[in-house]
Ligand binder design. Structure first.
Ligand code: C2E
Ligand code: CA
Ligand code: CA
Length: 579
């Protein structure tokens, strides 16, 4: 509702706007009428509003948030609803309001309308509210009993699961196909984070409406929680109908949602499992639809996928791998290999990178990146990193006792450890226990790790440098950090990613990029290491371009601690270039 004070009304009644307002507010009505200025501050209220909300004359000029609940205030509801009313006019909503004096909260049906004068100037807002507390509460109890999700009006999780149970039981004798869709909104968290929870709720309501709009009477639509929805398609004659519906749902969810002048773009991922083909057990159907959903998510979202046995096999294998990695951590079935890093100046090996290897029977042939992912997912990465730090220091101590001059050992850390400042203490203790000077330890991090560590990364880097540990930026060139960000990072060494080295020296683009990066590092006063040096031509090109250090199979593959000692023993006489 948009209220306009037209001059014809004021003239006809021979009243000005102010008088009309007072007349309106003095009328006898059980509706609470509240007028605010454009900023949401109280101008006047009728007697019902005084009784229902405690809005007495002493509050004139105060923000109307005094009749809002803490949560509404926290969500900035007043501003968003005023903006909404200006754009879309008034809409009736059921709301909890608070009595300004007693603090008692009750449910109201309320409408907020903007007020304009005849010239179109925005005068403020009129809020009309009616107490519906008793009715609302009894309806709510009913809704809860009926298994309705409060926010969207769809079935809630419990009621939806009951529907699956019912259908499975119903079809036990003469199985008809029932199709379960698990729907997850992609990146919905961003909506909540950037636009606030009230907007997030509005998006969920809109999605619920869309899901309802394309499903049939015989289908059940539920909200399982958060941004997870589900559809149970019954009465279908073919499994293909699952795909038809899922395609429609995916397309619909892709349409933008408009909220307070914001265009919110979303997409949905859908996993499908079918009864009785995939399983006759409700919990299994859910698990299988979830596996299919997971597959869609890992394949880039915004799509749907049917469950397949291959997914199940993969999930089972994953389960075995997770158990194996836990066992490997418990039994310390790991060792470190060391890849020599050669100085370009005199071909000496002053540094080595420690690389993790897993010795568990089931995992030893997996790429180490997969084992690392398993460690992260099973929550063991921090424990492993503590072991890696200690083991690297132990090996370095052993080499020193064997009489080799010390080498600097570089260990890799990832975002997870950077998020816990604990790692600084772990490193400090390990250095002390093994009598290693901090200059003989270095830490390698990627730009992603620093960015993903949510601010604590920088703190950890500073603390490590204060300790005397040097920092290398790993896989340099593959990240997406801005140059400005990069130059502000306190690091000592850049490690040029091997993808750039691979094309050297013939690939003109790689060659240009490498030259530019070496120049960039040097102009920032940093040393640069080329990774993945595999051929003599690559080495010679990099040396000609004044790259500081080289690492790669051409110098040596990673070696276990004993082999690394032997490698150094052989290097007693310095290696000559081109030898
Ligand atoms: P990265 O830090 O870039 O490590 C260098 C990787 O390049 C190693 O692979 C090494 O074996 C490989 N490599 C070395 N020279 C050459 C070469 O000339 N050609 C080619 N094609 N590859 C070469 P690896 O050991 O499989 O490690 C892969 C990644 O796993 C590492 O990449 C690192 O990011 C991570 N990683 C390894 N160990 C650890 C660890 O202890 N902790 C953490 N957080 N990450 C680790
Ligand atoms: Ca590394
Ligand atoms: Ca690297």
């Amino acid at each position: 509702m948009v209220v306009v004070f037209t001059t014809s009304v004021t003239r006809a009644g021979n009243m000005d706007t102010q008088a009309l307002c007072s007349a309106l507010l003095s009328g006898r009505t059980r509706f609470a009428l509240v007028i605010t200025d454009p900023g949401g501050r109280l101008v006047s209220a009728n007697s019902a509003a005084q009784t229902l909300f405690g809005l007495h004359s002493g509050l004139v000029g105060a923000e109307l948030t005094c009749m809002f609940t803490d949560r509404q205030r926290h969500l900035g509801l007043l501003d968003s609803e005023m903006q909404d009313a200006l754009v879309h006019g008034g809409a009736v909503e059921t709301r909890l309001y608070r009595h300004a004096e007693s603090g008692i909260e009750r449910w109201f049906e309320a409408e907020l309308s903007p007020l304009f004068d005849a010239a179109g100037a925005h005068l403020g807002y009129l809020r009309i509210a009616q107490d519906v507390n008793e009715r609302y509460l009894s309806d709510e109890t009913m809704r809860r009993h009926a298994g309705i999700d409060q926010l969207t009006g769809l079935l809630n999780r419990r009621a939806f699961y009951e529907k699956i149970d019912q259908y499975v039981a119903l079809n036990a004798r003469a199985p008809k196909c029932v199709i379960l869709h698990l729907i997850d909104l992609d990146l919905f968290k961003d909506v909540n984070d950037t636009l606030g929870h009230a907007s997030g709720d509005a998006v969920l309501r809109e999605i619920a409406l869309r899901l309802k709009s394309v499903t049939r009477e015989t289908d059940y639509v539920g909200r399982l929680g958060g941004d997870e929805f589900a559809v149970l398609q019954t009465g279908t004659s073919s499994l293909l109908e699952g795909g038809y519906l899922a395609r429609k749902l995916v397309t619909l969810c892709r349409q933008p949602v408009y909220l307070h002048n914001h265009e919110v773009k979303l997409s949905a991922s859908i996993g499908i499992a079918t009864y009785p083909d995939d399983s006759r057990v409700p919990a299994e159907l859910l698990r299988k639809a979830d596996l299919a959903l997971y597959r869609v998510k890992s394949d880039g979202r915004d799509n749907y996928c049917y469950f397949t046995e291959a997914l199940d096999e993969k999930a089972k294998l994953h389960g075995e791998h997770v158990a194996a990695v836990r066992e490997a951590v418990r039994l310390r079935q790991f060792h470190l290999e060391y890849q020599p890093i050669m100085s370009a100046r005199d071909s000496s090996i002053g540094r080595a990178e420690a690389l993790l290897r897993c010795d568990h029977g089931l995992l030893k042939d997996l790429p180490i990146l997969e084992v690392l992912e398993l460690l992260r997912n099973s929550g063991s990465m921090c424990e492993m990193s503590r072991w890696i730090v200690a083991q690297a220091c132990r090996d370095a101590e052993a080499w020193r006792k064997q009489g080799y001059p010390p080498v600097q050992v570089a260990i890799n850390l990832c975002a997870r450890e950077l998020s816990t400042t604990d790692i600084v203490a772990v490193i400090e203790t390990a250095l002390r226990e093994h009598g290693l000077a901090s200059t003989y330890l270095s830490v390698e991090l990627t730009e992603h790790d620093v960015l993903d560590s949510k601010g604590t990364g920088l703190e950890v880097i500073m603390a490590l440098r204060a300790l005397g540990v040097s920092i290398s930026l790993d896989d340099f060139g593959t990240g997406c950090a801005s140059l400005e960000y990069l130059t502000s990072l306190p690091v000592d060494v850049l490690k040029l990613d091997r993808t750039f080295v691979a094309g050297l020296p013939d690939d003109a683009i790689s060659a240009k990029v490498v030259v530019a990066m070496i120049g960039l590092a040097h102009s920032l006063g940093l040393r640069i290491v080329a990774e993945g040096v595999e051929t003599v031509r690559q080495r010679d090109y990099l040396l000609a371009q004044t790259c500081d250090e080289l690492q790669g199979f051409f110098i040596s593959a990673p070696l276990n601690a004993a082999a690394f000692s032997r490698f150094r023993a052989r290097l007693d006489a310095p290696v000559r270039h081109g030898a």
